[in-house]
Design a protein around this ligand. Sequence first.
Ligand code: ADP
Ligand code: GLC
Length: 471
Amino acid sequence: MEIIHISAECYPVAKAGGLGDVVGALPKYQNQLGHISKVVMPMYKTKFLNAHSFDVVHKGGFHMGAAGFIDYTVIKERVNTLGFDLYLIDIYGLLDREAVYGYDDDVERFVAFQIAAVDWISRWNHRPDVVHVHDHHTALIPFMMKHCYVYQHLNTIPTVLTIHNGQYQGWIGWDKTNFIPAWDPWKAGLLEWENTVNSLACGVKCASKVTTVSHSYLQELKHMANGLEKLFEYEKGKCIGILNGIDDAVWNPSTDTYIDYRYGIEDADEGKLNNKKILCDQFNLDINKPLIIFIGRLVHEKAADLLPAVIGDSIYHLQGQMNFLILGSGETWIEGQLASMNHQLTGYYNSRIGYNEQLSHQMYAGADFLLMPSRVEPCGLNQMYSMRYGTVPIVRSTGGLKDTVIDYGDKNGYGVRFNDASVGDITHAIYRALQLYKHPKQLDKVRTTMMEIDNSWEKSAGEYIEVYKQL
Ligand code: ADP
Ligand code: GLC
């Protein structure tokens, strides 16, 4: 089976969050199952681009309404470094930027990327078996393949849309619909949701199948989908939850080249302690206290706005029995608060504002606990990485966190779970984590159980293949 993944991110080429990790791993595992899985993504100006060799495989162009004529070039990475064929679409002036998102013209950028991807596929002299798109940046593609006149010969190719995050939907003003190649006007309703063009809603309506990255998240979307609840209820017949996996080749404490001391289950205590020492020295923290970390986007969805109060309250009410270390970037006011606390809580707390892949690995390895108080968490990879590294997750019971973490108070449990994204509930969960830390034997058992869990991609990659086969 030939599968074409089309995505805005793919690790290690370009990553802003978990979407990159998934698209960087899933195709590799699908290839290992004997299929031909490829990735098409924008050509950003990244380190990966400069460090690898590429061949030009296609040059084309299209009219994009008021934006004029757009030329594009498709390049292919020469030696299959990632375990799958990687194609980058270069659109001069639009896609060739350093960051993945965050520009004023993101609508133009991602509409142009989607048209270029479809335009290129439409020129192949064979048809792939499935086109698999990810999140709103590529969710107009099923519509384009079915209803844009120039691409209608693609309308028999099945499409799969995976929703990694339904909060972001790719809203586009009607004035920009002239960007999309001429479509059947009777189908305008497919583009729309609540009087605006909504890329994600359009994808849900037009894709042959819709998947979400955990089972619980699929259920939650029917009640909490940033305005699309009724759509998910209506389309439930074509939706299915498939839990993400983790890339064992990248996230493995016994082979990880980002960390100073590598370790396995047998020597986890010693390995983790050595890595913790380095972190504590670097961030002026106390190695004898449990180290609680947070890694992630500093946004409302992740409940990062509650971190300052949670950290302040925990240190105050629990008599500074623990240390905190934060790595993240996001909303400026949260970044500012977290950074200013470095000086107020020296010796108990530290933070690094920004994105740092290596430090994230060192933190998963050296910490005792990982905090994820997310208000919304479609799957969450951090908790799975932390478990692989023997770091106990403290998570809110939502979405994928609920599907992957069992509370240590329950049978065969290994994590700490709580219900509300409130300062009180989170602080209480931290208190329960401290109780676990005070019982080394129990902590040891929890650590072994977590590290033995197999969250690798093998199973989920096969589940996607089953979905494609049904189509
Ligand atoms: P999301 O995709 O919603 O951000 P996930 O848990 O699925 O959340 O994935 C987050 C990924 O991004 C993980 O690989 C995590 O380690 C990484 N990450 C998030 N923030 C940072 C950061 N500031 N520095 C390094 N890695 C980060
Ligand atoms: C999203 C979600 C996260 C998920 C990731 C990969 O960004 O917020 O929960 O793990 O995508 O699917």
